[in-house]
Design a protein around this ligand. Structure first.
Ligand code: G3P
Length: 209
């Protein structure tokens, strides 16, 4: 089965540089999900056919919420979904639940991150569209989740009823196939692409092209 691939742009780059990576990703495979900074959503959504996600939204309604990002806004800019609860943007469970409800009402998909099996089990009950397990200590490094945590990925696979992705340190096709053999249906990556000299080559490598 083809892996689901999420590229999390984080805040490594900005504006035109992000659009450039998105266009490269689109050329390799337009089914890739990209999570991009809020100010870049509109341009990347209008200039590519990728599935564009926000990296976060807040649960608020239009009104007095200075500096927050509401689901309606990213949806209007062309996002089809949003990440939530990434280890770099943790939410308490109540806020996560509330935000997921807002996203559902507005028609935004959710890709929710979990840092442990226990958290993944709680999140599964909220029925996200995607659930991704990422051990925070491996994020941004060179040791992949499938190398460092094979037993835990297997355990997650045996414990969850829904499909899940894994992320952290994923750089190549071997990491992807190893993750899938352990039960994941895809991967979430960031630095391997956003910091690459040749992002096209790196995306192709991840997809075994
Ligand atoms: O969401 C994906 C991300 O946190 C993984 O980061 O740099 O280890 O691929 P990275």
């Amino acid at each position: 089965m083809k892996p689901v691939l999420i590229i999390n742009f984080k805040t490594y780059k900005k504006g035109k540089e992000n659009l450039k990576i998105a266009k490269i990703a689109e050329k390799v495979d337009r089914n890739i999900i990209v999570g991009v900074p809020a100010p870049d959503i509109k341009e990347i959504s209008s200039k590519t056919k990728l599935k564009v996600y926000a990296e976060h939204v807040d649960p608020f309604f239009p009104g007095r919420n200075t500096g927050f990002i509401i689901p309606e806004e990213v949806k209007a800019d062309g996002a089809v979904g949003t990440f939530l609860n990434h280890s770099e943007h943790k939410l308490d469970f109540r806020t996560l639940k509330e935000t997921m409800k807002r996203c559902k009402d507005v028609g935004l998909k959710t890709a929710v991150f979990a840092s442990s099996l226990a958290e993944a089990k709680k999140i599964e009950k909220l029925k996200p569209d995607y659930l991704a397990y990422e051990p925070p200590e491996l994020v941004g490094g060179n040791i992949s989740v499938s190398t460092a945590k094979p037993d835990l990925i297997k355990k997650i696979s045996n414990s969850l009823h829904m499909k899940f992705l894994v992320g952290a340190g994923v750089k190549n096709y071997e990491d992807v196939t190893a993750s899938m053999k352990l039960g994941a249906s895809g991967v979430a990556v960031a630095s391997g692409i956003t910091k690459a000299k040749n992002p096209k080559r790196e995306i192709e490598k991840l997809l075994g092209k």
